[in-house]
Design a protein around this ligand. Structure first.
Ligand code: GCB
Length: 611
């Protein structure tokens, strides 16, 4: 696939697409739920196309005529040869992965074409955008037989402006989604989660005034609990305007002038009730221009690091966390809805968590908004996982795009405190350079959050003493260190945790970002028998005893809340293509280890409520 075709959500890519004559790539529009929207969710026609015959001819050249599926062409006579038909090819629900909608697609990796028609009566003065929550992995988008552009990356939103292309009647929108894995992609070919393909998040038409509030950042200044600092960005022709930030409940109304680029930066004092897990206070914030206004719920809190401490609103906090994959709680497939988020996060709340790790890629926006409401601090991450192609500039650009899109979508969520740029990546010069660039990107896109990565420390055995020493060339660049370890599962016995000492070269907080072991719910035997609930329970007991002894530990996100599908997990009856490290089963049944962790978190909570 040519790079020049890729619809990147950064302004960087604009000239490339313009050169190809594709539609203008639109910058991300913040908070689309607060705009005038029309949902395009529902049943879409779908053609499964493993050989890409809808895009390429038999010489592998791009099809340009009515044989290309995006033309949605119907034969004009009995004799005309057209070898595709959306109307009789079956349907897939959007949003949703295709894997769990048809049995034949469970393991499918390749292309699927989606089509739906719509009418749209747009106000002549307004502009119209087509917004996708996420499509995994590569999406080529066509409207009324013309290409709008492409987007790479399975977990971030993107949109196209279709103001001049939409018709009042009979629009047809076609997408080719391809979820083939590739070495140079992000993630790369090897992961431990299901490669769900499809239009996995909602599709929305967003109508806005000619000049509209495109994005804004309204947060407390780094280190402050009373100074709001931020910016707003207009998009359109009337870029110089008066713009007002209003927080009625806090008695605030501040007016600014946007510059010729449509931007205003601001800083002002505010007397606010701070957001925290104990009191997840959100304010209605109005961003009002002369031509448009958006209302948003925003919480205000500060998050900082001092020595080995993490300070929330100036006070030391221990992050009682759990890792979560974006899988639906009580049905197969990707999670995407408010209900999915509510159920997953209430399981975390039930454990007495104040923190969640949204692994290993940006989760849907509902998860972040629900975390804001439920008072769960969030670690969000990009799928820079295991063995990325560190030497490839294109791979780096792709990872940067995904990181920037995640930050752009979620930078007003008070729950979000940590951006993680990588998971278990093998140390090398090229990897260090790659990750340092991402760390720098995250800090400059949003200086208020902490940046971390899940590292892997090695053990040293010296005369009966086992030490695990935190050392990594990128550690100095991070605000918070993450570390994954599997003592008692992949290495050693659970009891060996009792003998292990942890040391660190850095005066920085550590989050144990993973530990755990597999258990099949309902399988019982003694604690030495692998795959039983007793084995997992025993492992958690020894882990917790060890973690309590790490002086610089400031949080943990055990692996993982719920069993999740993984193609790596082939063992019949025990795995059946599921990673079974969940504290609850894929059916929501709680395993014994769930209660061990819950007990520990309850003790921590009652020992020091703000900890
Ligand atoms: C890890 C990975 C995680 C896996 C887990 C496991 O270290 O970060 O994605 O699922 O181990 O279960 O092996």
């Amino acid at each position: 696939m040519s790079n020049t075709l890729r619809c990147l959500t950064l302004a960087l890519s604009l000239p490339l697409l313009a050169a190809r004559g594709a539609a203008q790539v639109a910058p991300l529009i913040a908070n689309i739920a607060a705009r005038q929207t029309t949902s395009l969710d529902g049943e879409w026609q779908a053609i499964v196309d493993p050989y890409d015959v809808g895009a390429l001819d038999y010489r592998a050249q791009p099809l340009k005529n009515n044989h290309a599926f995006y033309m949605n062409y119907k034969p004009q006579s009995e004799s005309e040869l057209i070898e595709y038909d959306f109307d009789t090819s079956g349907q897939l629900h959007v949003p949703g992965d295709w894997n769990t909608q048809r049995e034949s697609l469970l393991f499918y990796e390749g292309s699927v074409w989606y089509k739906r028609s719509f009418d749209y009566a747009k106000s002549p003065k307004n502009r119209l955008f087509l917004h996708f929550g996420a499509c995994n992995y590569l999406a080529a988008v066509y409207l009324n037989g013309e290409e709008l552009g492409e987007h790479e990356g399975g977990f971030t939103p993107f949109d196209f402006e279709i103001t001049d292309r939409v018709r009042a009647h009979g629009n047809f929108l076609v997408l080719r989604i391809n979820n083939s894995r590739g070495r140079d992609q992000v993630p790369t070919v090897n992961t431990d989660w299901w490669n769900y393909g499809g239009i996995t998040r909602p599709v929305t038409l967003v109508e806005v005034p000619e000049t509209f509030v495109q994005d804004y950042f309204v947060q407390l200044e780094k280190g402050s609990t009373h100074q709001i600092r931020g910016w707003l960005q207009l998009n359109g022709k009337q870029l110089q305007q008066n713009a007002t930030i209003r927080i009625p409940e806090a008695g605030l109304s501040k007016t600014f002038q946007t510059d010729s680029g449509g931007r205003a930066e601001f800083s002002f004092n505010a007397d606010l009730t701070l957001w925290s897990p104990e009191n997840p206070k959100l304010y209605s914030v109005e961003i009002v221009g002369e031509t448009d206004q958006v209302i948003e719920w925003i919480g205000f809190r500060s998050i900082e690091v001092r020595g080995t401490d993490i300070l929330l609103n100036g006070k030391s906090v221990f992050l009682r966390g759990i890792s979560i994959h974006e899988e639906a709680p009580m049905r197969p497939g990707r999670a995407w809805s408010d209900d999915d988020a509510r159920t997953l996060l209430s399981w975390a709340r039930g454990l007495d968590c104040n923190f969640i790790r949204l692994a290993h890629y940006p989760h849907n926006e509902s998860m972040l908004r629900m975390a804001d409401q439920m008072g769960l601090m969030v670690w969000a991450e990009v799928p820079v996982y295991w063995t990325i192609q560190w030497e490839s500039p294109q791979t780096l650009r792709n990872a940067e795009n995904q990181l920037n899109a995640m930050i752009a979508r979620d930078h007003n969520r008070s729950a979000l405190i940590i951006y993680s740029v990588a998971n278990e990546t093998p140390v090398s010069d090229a990897r260090n350079r790659f990750l340092r660039q991402l760390i720098q990107d995250a800090h400059s896109a949003d200086p208020t959050r902490l940046v971390s990565a899940a590292l892997q420390a090695n053990e040293v055995v010296e005369r009966n003493r086992i030490t695990i020493h935190i050392h990594d060339p990128i550690a100095n660049d991070l605000d918070v260190l993450g570390n994954n370890e599997y003592i008692g599962w992949y290495v050693r016995r659970p009891e060996d945790a009792d003998l292990i000492e942890w040391t660190s070269e850095y005066s920085k907080p550590l989050i144990m970002s993973e530990f755990g072991g597999d258990a099949r719910f309902g399988y019982h035997a003694d604690a030495r028998t692998r795959w039983t609930e007793e084995y997992q329970e025993n492992l958690y007991e020894h882990q917790i005893a060890m973690l309590k002894r790490i002086p610089f530990l400031r949080g943990m996100t055990p692996w993982i809340l719920k069993d999740f599908r993984s193609p790596r997990r082939t063992l019949p009856r025990l795995e059946d293509y599921f990673n079974r490290k969940g504290l609850v089963s894929d059916q929501g049944e709680k395993k014994k280890a769930y209660f061990v962790l819950q007990k520990f978190y309850r003790e921590l909570q009652s020992a020091q409520p703000s900890k």
